[in-house]
Design a protein around this ligand. Structure first.
Ligand code: PLP
Length: 397
């Protein structure tokens, strides 16, 4: 059994705050501060440029990639870190499209995170408008996988509602019709059991600053199925994805394996805090984390529904159909969330009307959920949200 109490103590959580937004930005692992200072002082400070070799900076994107690989069921040596998730979406999509040159449709769903769709639009433009981005409602995805589809590009867990796609089933359907499947694991990695190898995903991408707690701006990851790596033509053919970067050859030759998905210089400092965050995952089974997230989610739903009839559950009621978040709809959701935050319960708001609460058992327990229920109840019952000071919209909601 995972000792969740001792794991919670490995995170810094500000006094008086109940944090239900780890699905957007995980909290600070206590060890990350020292690890970061060590990398800055002992490695950057003392080793200077020799740190690339001596401290293993250059190998780190693959080393940490494999540690994430364990959490998403990837084969060893097939996950690479770097850049941001938007970039990794672009790379995976470009690679997948070039593996299906006779097909023209990218299929996604209308609930997908905008950047994934924006990157697809941009890529289509770059390719000369030869492709079509087809977005259907999530529940129509399965029946829309036809032999026109080059690539099925989905986010497993919907960022607004927490609704979960059946990755294995949809991937199987895609393969039956000759399509490839790209899975965005932004709200899956570190949240629930993922099996990219068993589920036959062709490509997978995700970020490390949400459920994996790598810190703001921590690098993204990309998985390429072993059967595709050697045929994958990198669209972003940067020098660190070259077979021999320090030969400084005139033309590009892709590195063997997933290393070809590297682009430029890796973010060494950001990887330091991510490394400290990944230490916490050692020995933790994702099934246990997800089971506890489901129990905590049920507790939150029951408590809120009992006390706040004005909030409507936007997440699936069946725990197995949800990721690790609970969302409610409320017309004045933005103001209500600001009021919750002012009273010590941090969740977030997603337009147009979603109040979103991330359920992260590494550092949340029943007491936190009960505190959250009490504050949400107070904000709603006393209409605390109905105040001018909660109406101002900041850049990040
Ligand atoms: C959070 C998230 C992103 C963010 O992309 P960045 O490039 O890291 O800013 C992209 N896609 C999905 C599905 C997300 O949930």
């Amino acid at each position: 059994m995972v000792d969740f109490t001792s794991i919670k103590s490995r995170f810094h959580l500000p006094e008086g705050v109940t944090y239900l937004d780890g699905n957007s930005l995980g909290p600070l692992p206590v060890a990350a501060t020292d690890r970061m200072a060590q990398v800055m002082q002992d490695e950057w400070g003392e080793m200077l440029i020799t740190g690339w070799n001596k401290a293993g900076w250059m190998a780190q994107p693959g080393v940490l990639g494999d540690r994430i690989g364990r959490l998403i069921g990837a084969e060893e040596g097939h996950v690479m870190l770097g850049d941001t998730l938007s970039i990794k979406v672009y790379q995976a999509l470009a690679a997948a499209l070039s593996l299906r040159p006779d097909r023209r449709v990218i299929l996604s769903d209308t609930g997908n995170f905008p950047t994934d769709l924006y990157m697809a639009e941009g890529l289509i433009k770059t390719l000369g408008q030869t492709h079509e981005l087809r977005c259907v409602p999530p529940e129509e995805v399965e029946n829309s996988i036809t032999d026109e589809v080059a690539v099925l590009m989905l986010t497993e867990v919907d960022y607004r509602t927490g609704r979960r796609h059946d990755m294995a089933r949809l991937t199987r359907k895609a393969h039956e019709t000759g399509s490839l499947a790209i899975w965005d694991l932004a709200h899956s990695a570190g949240a629930l059991p993922v099996d990219v190898a068993g589920g036959q995903a062709d490509f997978a991408v995700g970020c490390t600053y949400k459920f994996l707690n790598g810190g703001p701006g921590a690098p993204a990851f990309v998985y390429v199925a072993p059967r595709h790596t050697e045929a994958t033509a990198p669209a972003l053919s940067g020098w660190l994805g070259h077979a021999a970067p320090f030969e400084f050859e005139r033309t590009y030759r892709a590195a063997p394996g997933v290393a070809r998905m590297r682009v430029g210089t890796p973010p060494v400092l950001a990887m330091a805090s991510l490394e400290a965050a990944l230490d916490i995952w050692d020995g933790i089974e994702m099934a246990q984390v997800y089971a506890r997230a489901q129990a905590l989610s049920e507790r939150l739903i029951a408590g809120v529904e009992a006390a706040c009839p004005m909030l409507t559950l936007a997440s699936p009621r069946d725990p197995d159909q949800r990721g690790s978040q609970v969302s409610f709809r409320f017309e004045h959701g933005y103001e209500a969330m600001q009021a919750c935050i002012a009273h010590g319960v941090i969740g977030d708001f997603r337009a147009p009307d979603i109040m979103r609460f991330g359920i992260t058992p590494l550092y949340l327990d029943e007491g936190d959920i009960d505190r959250a229920i009490a504050v949400i109840t107070k904000v709603m019952a006393q209409k605390l949200w109905d105040d001018d000071k909660y109406r101002h919209r900041s850049a990040v909601t």
